[in-house]
Design a binder for this molecule. Structure first.
Ligand SMILES: NC(=O)c1ccc[n+]([C@@H]2O[C@H](COP(=O)([O-])OP(=O)(O)OC[C@H]3O[C@@H](n4cnc5c(N)ncnc54)[C@H](OP(=O)(O)O)[C@@H]3O)[C@@H](O)[C@H]2O)c1
Length: 281
């Protein structure tokens, strides 16, 4: 059986979705080609798990083309940092050349040409590029990862965010559920809708802080930005998050996209992971 290609396979700070997809596919006895950015300890672990590991840069077509050879299905993820559209274009071109039949790609819940953050708008452009490559793209439009809140709490001991009222509502999800749906879609032989909206839990920021057992502290947006630069060390991530928190703060009490549907259960066979389960670990 041909391997399934998984990018972002080493996992990272955001949701480690690629790493989790690798584990689920291997547990289902599917051969996996794991695409990693560097040949480090995480790559060695993937080899120990039984994956074929290829090293490359998703922005560089010379490393992407050989990675898709002999593959029919792939998982595509690229973190919130510079180069996402370069990587998407390279991946779409290579996948088109190899006539892939399904590419499951991670996107964001509010992906739209007029979305409130520049990176969310880039995600919408990325979706268009993948769609036009005719590679059976399925877009996972995911809510805010629980992991994203944990990074803030690990840094300051509080849920310190520029979100205004503690009643500001956040659509949330576990990285593991995004990966679970991704793997489920890759293993599903049938038709799948091209866009899947994924949220596991809708909570106010006050409730989210309570689930973590910490205080919610409303921070001045400029002060948050200054702290965020030292926390994320990535200008694109800080730009995205600054706009994202403002967007949620402006929306306030809810939005039509803030819905927990049966999609997670449909592809993972279990209900969404709750924030309390995530915190309990
Ligand atoms: N965080 C959130 O709240 C949230 C919410 C909704 C949607 N999303 C979406 O989730 C996606 C990111 O999730 P994730 O779980 O994949 O992130 P992650 O855990 O940070 O993993 C990213 C992986 O990509 C690899 N990578 C980075 N640059 C690369 C390059 N140039 N070439 C090859 N590999 C590269 C990293 O490897 P190295 O570590 O070795 O560089 C890492 O293994 C993004 O599309 C984001 O928009 C995030």
């Amino acid at each position: 059986m041909e391997p399934i290609l998984v990018t972002g396979a080493a996992g990272g700070q955001q949701g480690s979705t690629g790493r989790r997809v690798v584990e689920t596919l291997l547990r289902a006895d599917r051969p996996v080609r794991a695409f990693v950015h560097s040949d480090d300890a995480r790559a060695a672990e993937l080899k120990d798990l039984g994956a074929e590991v290829v090293v490359g840069d998703l922005r560089e077509i010379t490393t992407v083309l050989p990675a898709v050879q002999g593959v029919r299905r792939a998982y595509f993820t690229y973190p919130v940092t510079a180069g996402m559209l370069d990587a998407t274009a390279a991946f779409a071109a290579a996948a088109h050349q190899e006539s892939l039949e399904r590419v499951v790609a991670v996107s964001q819940l509010g992906s739209d040409p007029h979305a409130g953050t520049p990176h969310m708008r880039r995600h919408w452009v990325a979706e268009q590029v993948l769609d036009r490559a005719q590679i059976g793209a399925v877009h996972l439009r995911a809510a805010v990862f629980f992991e994203n809140l944990r990074v803030v709490i690990d840094h300051s001991g509080e849920l310190a965010l520029p979100l205004g009222s503690p009643d500001t509502v956040l659509p949330l999800i576990a990285g593991a559920d995004v990966a679970g749906v991704g793997a489920g879609v890759l293993l599903d032989p049938g038709e799948v809708e091209p866009v899947l909206w994924l949220a596991g839990e809708i909570r106010t920021v006050g409730e989210a802080a309570e689930a973590f057992g910490v205080r919610y502290v409303d921070v001045d947006p400029d002060e948050w930005k200054r702290t965020a630069i030292s926390l994320y060390r990535d200008e694109v991530a800080v730009e995205h998050l600054s706009h994202l928190w403002k967007m949620f703060s402006d929306i306030g009490s809810g939005h039509q996209l803030y819905q927990v549907t049966d999609t997670i259960e449909r592809f993972t066979g279990r209900p969404p992971i709750t924030l309390r389960e995530f915190v309990a670990g």
